[in-house]
Design a protein around this ligand. Structure first.
Ligand code: FES
Ligand SMILES: [Fe+2]
Length: 324
């Protein structure tokens, strides 16, 4: 389906750390909605290429390849939004945001039919500007569901955190089903029993945690992790405190990934819960730093030597196949 054969070859020749594409199929965060105002144009390096993210005057978020089909100027450097189009700084050709079609050349009688930017399918959902990547440019075949907690006033505003990690998406995402590492890396009190199921393009992992909360109390919690393709993950935690993580991972290039964790708690305006949430956020940031040196230096084994306590890693890898 994609270029995965190349990556297997590169892996086998020792030219890549990973035997699968760094650029999988799926929806990926290109921006947060609140960071993109009408008229904004941002340049971005993702999927090993230069991109431009912009918002038209009517408010539509758009993503396109950055280089102009005319003579190659970078639309993220001096490009301007004009109505529903993006205007190239070099000769003022204009490209319609959603389709990428050239709609105006101020000095030509005829617009060349092939004049178009490569635009990406975009959805704006859960405060994220998401673009759909498919190596053959096929249209989206699934959607990212709404996360109702984000609109619910009982939940705190999202706390956003970003990292650039020198690791490939799958190796990091597999963390949610690598149950033994929760005890030995993150210090949970036991190895959490976990089940996993594949629901089409969504992978659902359910874990029972016995953990120490910041402040010292011990308690039980259930974590349900929904992976909606390789780029968007929603984690719901119930028990000690109802909380939610909205995580994204977007490939920057073959080795680096842009990772975000956004956290919220059902605080219902209670200061005590908000303080607890702040402590949990600190704890999550520390947890990320526990994982990072492992991810950035580990090898990826196609056939790892697993034991019975490891968790449903095989199910996760089976699910991932549809995106590579
Ligand atoms: S390079 Fe973009 S209009 Fe000429
Ligand atoms: Fe981890």
């Amino acid at each position: 389906m994609s270029d995965s054969e190349d990556w297997v070859g590169r892996y086998e020749r020792g030219e890549s750390r990973y035997p699968y594409t760094p650029y999988p199929i799926g929806w990926f965060r290109m921006a947060y909605s609140h960071e993109l105002d009408p008229g904004d144009v941002q340049r971005l390096h993702r999927f090993g290429r230069e991109l431009v993210v912009f918002r038209t005057e009517s408010g539509r978020a758009c993503v396109a390849d950055a280089h102009c089909p005319h003579l190659g100027a970078h639309l993220g450097v001096g490009g301007e939004v004009v109505g529903e189009a993006l205007r190239c700084p070099f000769h003022h050709w204009e490209f319609e945001g959603e389709s990428g079609r050239c709609t105006k050349i101020p000095y030509a009688k005829r617009i060349p039919p092939k004049a178009a930017l490569r635009s990406w399918p975009v959805r704006e959902r859960n405060g994220l500007v998401l673009a759909f990547h498919h190596p053959e440019r096929k249209p989206p075949h699934f959607e990212i569901p709404e996360v109702p907690e984000l609109e619910d006033p009982a939940w705190m505003p999202l706390d956003l955190n970003h990292w650039t990690v020198r690791a490939n998406w799958l190796d990091m995402n597999e963390n949610c089903v690598d149950m033994a590492h929760f005890k030995y890396i993150h210090g949970t009190l036991s190895i959490p029993p976990t089940t996993a199921e594949i629901d089409g393009t969504t992978h659902v992992a359910t874990s029972q945690f016995r953990m120490k909360m910041p402040g010292g109390n011990e308690g039980d919690a259930q974590l349900v992790t929904y992976d909606h393709g390789p780029g968007v993950q929603v984690v719901r935690m119930e028990g000690l405190i109802d909380s939610l993580l909205l995580n994204t991972s977007t490939p920057i290039d073959a080795e680096q990934t842009d990772v975000s964790f956004a956290y919220t708690v059902r605080s219902e305006g209670e200061t005590r819960k908000e303080h607890l949430a702040a402590k949990i956020i600190e704890d999550l940031k520390n947890q990320f730093e526990h994982d990072r040196p492992i991810w950035e230096n580990k090898a990826y084994w196609t056939r790892p030597t697993l034991c019975d306590g490891d968790g449903p890693i095989a199910t996760y890898r089976k699910w991932v196949q549809q995106f590579v």
